[in-house]
Design a protein around this ligand. Sequence first.
Ligand SMILES: [Zn+2]
Length: 304
Amino acid sequence: MARTVGRLAPSPSGAMHLGNAFAALLAWLGARSEGGEVLLRLEDLDRPRCPRPYALAVMEDLAWLGLDWDAPPVWQSERGARYQDCLATLAERGLVYPCYCSRRELHAVTEASAPHGAAPVYAGTCRGLSPQDRAAREAQGRRPALRALVPAREVALRDGLQGPFRADLAREVGDFILRRSDGLFAYQLAVVVDDGDAGVTQVVRGRDLLPSTPQQLWLQEELGFPHPRYYHVPLLLAPDGRRLSKREGDLSLRAMSRRHSAGEIVGRLAFWAGLLDRPRPVTPRELVGEFSWERVTRADVTVR
Ligand SMILES: [Zn+2]
């Protein structure tokens, strides 16, 4: 079997918090427990929101926890030319079209059509625009986003933690954005190209990203990348049931490190993950031997 290559992929748009650390610990253990490599990628596509000092702080936090990596970090903000190449490959195959819809137009359509609570599916308004239609919109000074033209096809995967998951691309995902109208490449494209180029074989990330996995599987096929194995891990929730976020300043690793050692925090994370029967100070390295996905909890964890 090919060597396992896992990755840590933080988005450095703020201070690292316990939820990020939880997913990072499991990603690191998933790869190390198979004797695999761990890569680090900074998901700083939205450069103004992800200034370099934040990224450096995230790297320090990971190292402080005892999570290491085996190659120089990859920065998404430096890979625009590569994303553009892959976009061109898709365009040559007729899988990309410009979308001139304004936010307001998109909102009006999805309000009317999306069932309550469902992710909005693009109505395909700009799919069939003629060259004249496009020229008319360009003449108005409208700058298009670029969308993927998805086929009417079901894509299925077996997630290592969440089990089987499937989605009909046309009906449930829709023609998703590859590049925004302001030129920013979409996460969906960047993550597929980055993992593909780096030879990543194991993707461990929060369960909230499971619904976007079918479109990534489809992009992998269209760009000639093999599918990695997926493990979508539970989320850490605040006592009010909301997902931990960067707003809970007191749960940032920096704030916690003033009261707790790295070992205490790792031990708490491992306890929440189901890897320890009680919280006790431990290093990530000490957890490697005993780690198995069967032991990892499937249910979200409320942090008190
Ligand atoms: Zn449109």
